[in-house]
Design a protein around this ligand. Sequence first.
Ligand code: ZN
Length: 179
Amino acid sequence: MHTGRLVLTPQDPYLVPEDPASLFDALRDIGLITSPLEAEQGYLLGEAFMQLITFMGCSPFIRLQPDQSGEPFCHLRVDGPHSEPILLTGKNSLPPRCKACRKRISDWQSEPQQLAECPHCGHRQDPASYDFKQSAGFGRFLLKIENIFPQEAIPSPRLLEFLQQASNGAPWHHFYQQD
Ligand SMILES: [Zn+2]
């Protein structure tokens, strides 16, 4: 059963780290990832994964390698860099809130770089800057920790700090996508 993923991406949906290769070297150095996957653009998770990502339940069973059961396992998938922000949504997604009046916009737009008008207050904003409260998100460069259920695990402050340092001080955030 595939549950979904934890997605890490720069808070600025247009931002791509200058040098993704050196970012992955750094993530390998701190033990988040190890060897590259063969089947897709991504990595196996490293020995510090359980310290850098905090699981909320008690002693969860986390599979970190593919095995004969064929069950899905946690690994990191790389999505991007894309030429413009892409939107990731899932079963868990909620309508975003307007930046100005904070009301939910049920008829929200999914195309970045065009101003969408809030039906409540008329405020116009780029949909890429919508706040989905961790239930969806836009990005040009997304790191997906596969096989994590919404809210099951959160990135540690140390990991977010590390990602920020590795991308010239640009802050990162996370959200969840449920299949
Ligand atoms: Zn509004």
